[in-house]
Design a protein around this ligand. Structure first.
Ligand code: SF4
Length: 700
């Protein structure tokens, strides 16, 4: 047999790089960047270029369904029929006894769009509960609300191609040099060729991104809204605001301006920990920009005031008229490869498919009619953290977890562990035994991984790509969508008689007809033959839409963009005190992905940062008698972590940093950052406050 090539997309971050996977006669997979892909043009970062190790190494894979009849018994191998009979029987009996809201599904931004769509149809349309949420709740939900408030819909207005057209970048709460490397590489290339391009970075850490910036504002965590207000005030005072754009294409400016003009810039500088001169420099760079792009990620989203941070930042683009034109606009960077696709199919507890709102009765009926069911429940669905609280309180009895590892990734992970232990029935559908959550499964279902199934994904810039199947999954693993369809059949639900994944996609595309994200003219053939498309795609010859709002008509009822007055300016997470004097922030490292179930088994990716560590400023370390490499104990009101100290001037005094990846890989949970993190969430987006936990640090 000759080798075969499969065009696909990287399964890690939201950049969405194209990959050519080659499978040789012995079924060994190798990868290279797709030279013709518009996103990466052949480039791959360390994670993407080592993806073949993950595909070739099946030693950790879940190969067969496993089940236990009671919590006291071990899991035993069973066949698929027995597994799905049990799932259907248990879910039916729990729903009958306790009602539909006693069960929930927790899915993932790594699910393909078809899987996401079916899971939502199954749960919201047929199980009659809205308890389906996604781990994207932990990364993007604040940005979703921010976009809806500003533009009337969850719509990222620009493209990566705008990078090469911009001259001023404001990167805030993001470290793309490590977390979105190919995107950052494009920015670096652009800078190398265009000396007038300037980069401002706002971050409490001097990350690799900040180290290359023209201006680094080393902000005190949690003070972002105040800083954006101070920048806005100086922009107005210096006449850099775009009065024509504001007058003709926005609303609510006067209310916003009143708040802004009441801001004391001197006071803001002091609270934010940033010299006045840097605020002036940033204002001049932004004010003189011809193409001004803001780029942000979890540093803004994962906050008790994440929505306010998002809207306050987007306001800067509106204030300067940098929306709907080349090289300009607010651009949230998604962490996961299909976080955007999940949002499109309504993969969150408060959303419905095609950007419809669960809270809107008309929208509920439209979706119900499309799916051929009487109604969608009006009860608000439980979000990620709420589902685990409901398991803990006994309100929810059963959970089905797909393609995510909440016992490492949720805040206050030990509480999540205790909640899962209390559940009557836990289904875990995953690829790897390494996922800590699998240990709590009553039913463990083997899922197909990257390259082992077909479907579509949407990256950060609304770009939809088709992922072909290149290899068979090992053992009896099945594509997630096939597992869900088997469950629907066992539940005797009509409306799930699809003959192929393509049929599911057709149904979803049809559902988008006449919406702002219309892709009803898209299909697998076009994606296979013509390549990737950015929605909307408004007819059979339409090439897709790289930039939204060029006509300055926004998706709000008035067609005007909205200045949002943030509900909170000051952070609501508390203030350092004698007991917990440090602010802990958590995040990613360059070569690891999420909870390391994939990247953790690639030895060359482990060489960059082989063990967990705590970044601490030299002054703080000196005061605590801590030396480089000392074992330190970090304590919050929720738990403990013990790791080695990494003393570095790159982190601000009073702030410490832990990577979020490690769970129980070292046979202890004491390197799990989420032992510490608090369970505060943004009141609107319900996104957890991972970037601000008060901790104490001592030498162990
Ligand atoms: Fe994959 Fe993201 Fe790296 Fe591209 S930048 S290769 S999508 S991890």
């Amino acid at each position: 047999m000759q080798s075969t090539e499969t065009k696909t997309t990287c399964s890690y971050c939201g950049v969405g790089c194209g990959i050519i996977a080659t499978t040789d006669a012995k079924n060994y997979v190798s990868v290279r960047g797709d030279e013709n892909h518009p996103v990466n043009k052949g480039m791959l970062c360390s994670k993407g270029m080592n993806l073949h190790y993950v595909a070739n190494d099946t030693s950790d894979r879940i190969l067969y369904p496993e089940m236990r009849w009671s919590k006291s018994q071990p899991l035993q191998l069973v066949d698929w029929d027995t597994a799905m009979d049990r799932a259907a029987a248990v879910f039916s009996s729990i729903i009958k006894k306790y009602g539909p809201d006693s069960v929930g599904f927790y899915v993932s931004g790594q699910c393909l769009t078809e899987e996401y769509y079916i899971a939502n149809k199954l749960v919201k349309g047929f199980l009659k509960t809205n308890n389906i949420d996604t781990n994207s709740r932990l990364c993007m939900s604040s940005a979703v609300v921010g976009y809806k408030k500003a533009f009337g819909e969850d719509a990222v207005p620009i493209s990566y191609d705008d990078i090469e057209l911009a001259d001023t970048f404001l990167i805030t709460g993001a470290n793309p040099a490590w977390c979105h490397p190919i995107l950052f590489r494009r920015l670096e290339n652009h800078r190398e060729k265009n000396k007038k391009v300037k980069v401002i970075v706002i971050d409490p850490r001097k990350t690799d991104t900040a180290a290359t910036a023209d201006l680094h504002l080393q902000i005190t965590p949690g003070t972002d809204v105040l800083l954006y207000h101070a920048l806005a005030k100086r922009i107005i005072e210096k006449g850099y605001n775009d009065s024509h754009f504001i007058k003709n294409h926005t609303q609510n400016y006067e209310a916003y301006k009143a708040i802004i003009m009441a801001t004391s810039i001197e006071n803001a500088a002091k609270i934010c920990g940033i010299p006045m001169i840097q605020i002036e420099q940033a204002v001049d760079l932004i004010g003189k920009a011809e193409g001004f792009m803001t780029l942000w990620a979890m540093g803004l989203n994962q906050s008790a005031i994440g929505v306010d941070k998002n809207t306050a930042l987007i306001n800067l683009s509106l204030l300067t008229g940098h929306v709907g034109k080349p090289g300009s606009g607010p651009f949230s960077l998604t962490g996961q490869p299909n976080a955007m696709g999940g949002r499109e199919v309504g993969g969150m507890a408060n959303l419905l498919a095609v950007h419809k709102d669960l809270a809107n009765p008309e929208h509920r009926q439209e979706v119900a009619d499309f799916w051929g069911v009487d109604s969608i429940s009006p009860n608000p669905g439980l979000t990620a953290t709420e589902m685990f609280e409901a398991l803990d309180s006994g309100k929810m009895k059963a959970i089905w977890i797909i393609c995510t590892n909440p016992l490492v990734s949720l805040p206050n992970a030990r509480k999540a562990e205790a909640a899962l232990a209390k559940a009557k029935f836990v289904v875990v559908q995953d690829i790897s035994h390494k996922a800590e959550t699998t240990k709590y499964a009553d039913l463990l279902l083997p899922a197909a991984g990257w390259l082992e199934k077909e479907g579509t994904m949407t990256n950060s810039e609304r770009r939809i790509s088709y992922l072909a199947k290149g290899i068979n999954p090992p053992g009896e693993a099945l594509a997630d969508v096939d597992i869900l369809l088997r469950f629907a059949k066992k539940m005797k639900f009509s409306g799930f008689d699809y003959n192929s994944t393509e049929e599911i996609y057709k149904e979803f595309c049809h559902m988008t007809r006449d919406t702002n994200m219309d892709i009803s003219f898209l299909n697998y053939d076009r994606l296979k033959n013509e390549g990737t498309f950015q929605w909307p795609v408004s007819d059979y010859r339409h090439p897709g839409t790289p930039r939204l709002f060029e006509d300055k008509k926004f998706f709000t009822p008035s067609q005007k963009a909205n200045f949002t007055v943030p509900a909170a300016i000051e952070n609501t997470s508390g203030q350092p005190n004698d007991e917990f004097p440090f602010i802990l922030t958590t995040g990613r490292i360059r070569d690891q992905w999420h909870t390391m179930t994939k990247t953790g088994k690639v030895s060359r990716l482990m060489t960059h940062k082989p063990t967990p560590f705590l970044e601490i400023n030299p002054i703080d370390a000196y005061k605590k008698g801590i030396k480089e490499g000392d074992l330190v104990e970090i304590a919050s009101k929720n738990g403990l972590v013990r790791v080695k100290a990494n003393i570095t001037t790159t982190i601000k005094e009073g702030v410490v940093f832990l990577p979020m990846h490690w769970g129980r890989q070292l046979n202890t949970d004491l390197s799990r950052a989420n032992n510490l993190t608090n369970t505060i969430v943004d009141p609107v987006s319900k996104e957890p406050d991972f970037k601000f936990t008060l901790v104490a640090v001592t030498k162990y």
